[in-house]
Design a protein around this ligand. Sequence first.
Ligand SMILES: NC(=O)c1ccc[n+]([C@@H]2O[C@H](COP(=O)([O-])OP(=O)(O)OC[C@H]3O[C@@H](n4cnc5c(N)ncnc54)[C@H](OP(=O)(O)O)[C@@H]3O)[C@@H](O)[C@H]2O)c1
Length: 274
Amino acid sequence: MITHLQDTVMLNNGIEMPGFGLGVYKVDDGETALFSVKTALKAGYRLIDTASYYKNEESVGQAIKESGVPREEIFVTSKVWNNQQGYESTLKAFDESLKKLDLEYLDLYLVHWPVTGKYKETWRALEKLYADGKVRAIGVSNFQVYHLEDLLKDAKVKPVLNQVEYHPHLTQEEVKAFCEKKNIQLEAWSPLKRGDLLDEPVIVDIAKKYGKTSAQVILRWDIQNKVITIPKSVREERIAENADVFDFSLTDEEMKKISALNINDRKGPNPEDY
Ligand SMILES: NC(=O)c1ccc[n+]([C@@H]2O[C@H](COP(=O)([O-])OP(=O)(O)OC[C@H]3O[C@@H](n4cnc5c(N)ncnc54)[C@H](OP(=O)(O)O)[C@@H]3O)[C@@H](O)[C@H]2O)c1
């Protein structure tokens, strides 16, 4: 389990990835994205999660340059969008992302959604990018167990990570157990359920006990569950607040109470519909 903001976890290909980061979905390109990413890097974040779909890769790249933090100390994730899937089109999408980010390489490139009939060809392209040294690790997002089993049948390279919607209302037990068994790291998107969980009484009570906020309790629950988490914020005080989760620990009983809030409720789309 990570104990500091810049601590890393080792992925199944030997690469070290920070266990905590910043997400930038719905962060406008330009001033807002620049501010958010620069503020996070200044606060000590070292993992930034973007995607071609977010349309802010240019500002993310600019923020990385202007931050003064050496490139090799920052772990950058991007993703191939659904309409870019397929072998050649994924290779092209990757080059476009790299160009927009103005980087020499990516740390992690993900298949954004398991598009039926496409994700295996897309994966072959990711394997090629990995073999060519253009990306340090490759993974998937929104893959259910049956998608992973199908992919693993033909994959030459095992995904290092699966990024899925994950929060106390959607604890993803099956996917989590499968990924643990296969040594595929789980990463949480919408860890705060975009704000919907902050008034949950169980979480509010625990937060009061520790003098922490609901957001901090949820993010701490991710860390103790060994799930990499990437909360999004465009506000300086929340970017700092979200990362201030290394000075308290939830008890086993509190961890269980939070997990028991699961109602299999999604904020985003169901991967089975792709
Ligand atoms: N792979 C995928 O399909 C997928 C899908 C969705 C998201 N993601 C990734 O996961 C990241 C995180 O998910 P998300 O952006 O959907 O949702 P989230 O991180 O759960 O929640 C973000 C929302 O919560 C607010 N917030 C942040 N910190 C807060 C705090 N301490 N107290 C109160 N409110 C707070 C933010 O507002 P302010 O910005 O105004 O602070 C924003 O409205 C994304 O940015 C993206 O990188 C991936």
